[in-house]
Design a protein. Structure first.
Length: 296
């Protein structure tokens, strides 16, 4: 079985990617998503975690990627469903309205249900995931769990029985955090790489524990994977080739453009073809602090 790869980043609209990935000089017609889709075949929509976007926004995305036949979206489920775990019928209808626009145009890869570290494995949690799975059962569902209590055969069996993809996470190994262990529960693989900025994560957790919101919460994702780290991850992913019909790899180390660099490197390391020549801004002689392409 030939495995199809989708490799990209979590989000695309970052001002600090200008001059790193997006060109410094931009005319009035320039669009981040259109430019991004020329290099990658997937993006993860994170704005939907914070707000309920309108169908017209989703339709606008479709127009912006119209020239890229292979491009798809994964949509992150709103925090009302996964973190607050309090939602209404209206919340469901708003979410489905957007998902259906993408799905009917063959642009929806699936939905990401990302649960917090505090979401431990027990009967109540399993029942809750099962309820969400039933509500959104018409779409591919990728479940991201961060607590290692889910690392057991019962959880894997539950995911498999409900055709849920158990997302593999790379993150700092703090407390009872889930480690990087690919588990096959259906025909899809979903890998999310958050970076290994342990100190940044510790500070974020400490600030949250004290009720502080100072600083940029995204700073914990500021990290650039080394070539050796990516090579190790790529090898573990490639071991699943032939067992999965589809593998998604999403880089979430977005501050400073690290996600773009590492996603392009991952395309190469996994033996896929680049859609377009790497921007000159990412070449070693132009941006020594951010890239490793001279080594590939």
């Amino acid at each position: 079985m030939k495995t199809r790869y989708y490799i990209g980043t979590a989000g695309w609209s970052y001002k600090d990617w200008v001059r790193v990935f997006y060109p410094k000089q931009q005319d009035s017609s320039f669009d981040y998503l259109t430019f991004y889709s020329q290099y990658f075949n997937i993006t993860e929509v994170n704005s939907t975690y914070y707000t309920y976007i309108t169908p017209s926004i989703a339709s606008g995305w479709l127009r912006k990627v119209d020239e890229e036949d292979d491009f798809v979206f994964t949509v992150k489920l709103n925090g009302d469903f996964t973190h607050k775990r309090k939602f209404s019928k209206e919340n469901v209808l708003k979410t489905v309205a957007v998902l259906d626009i993408l799905a009917k145009n063959s642009r929806l890869n699936g939905i990401l249900m990302q649960f917090p570290y505090s979401f431990v494995f027990n009967g109540e949690s399993v029942r809750y995931v099962g309820m969400l799975s039933e509500i959104f059962g018409m779409y591919n569902r990728f479940i991201e769990i961060r607590h290692s209590s889910w690392n057991n055969k019962d959880a894997e069996g539950f995911m498999s029985e409900n055709d849920l993809t158990f997302t593999t996470v790379d993150q700092p190994q703090l407390g009872e955090a889930m480690d990087f262990k690919p588990v096959i529960t259906n025909g899809r693989g979903y890998f999310r790489l958050h970076g290994r900025n342990g100190e940044g994560w510790k500070k974020s957790i400490s600030d949250f524990g004290r009720g502080e919101r100072g600083g940029d919460p995204n700073e914990r994702y500021r990290y650039l994977y080394s070539l050796s780290e990516l090579t190790d991850i790529a090898q573990k992913i490639k071991e699943k080739e032939g067992k999965l019909k589809e593998i998604n790899v999403i880089m979430n180390n977005h501050p400073g453009g690290g996600a773009v660099v590492n996603a392009l490197e991952m395309i190469i390391l996994l033996g896929e073809k680049l859609k377009k020549k790497i921007p000159s801004s990412l070449k070693k002689e132009e941006n020594k602090s951010l890239n490793l392409f001279g080594d590939l």
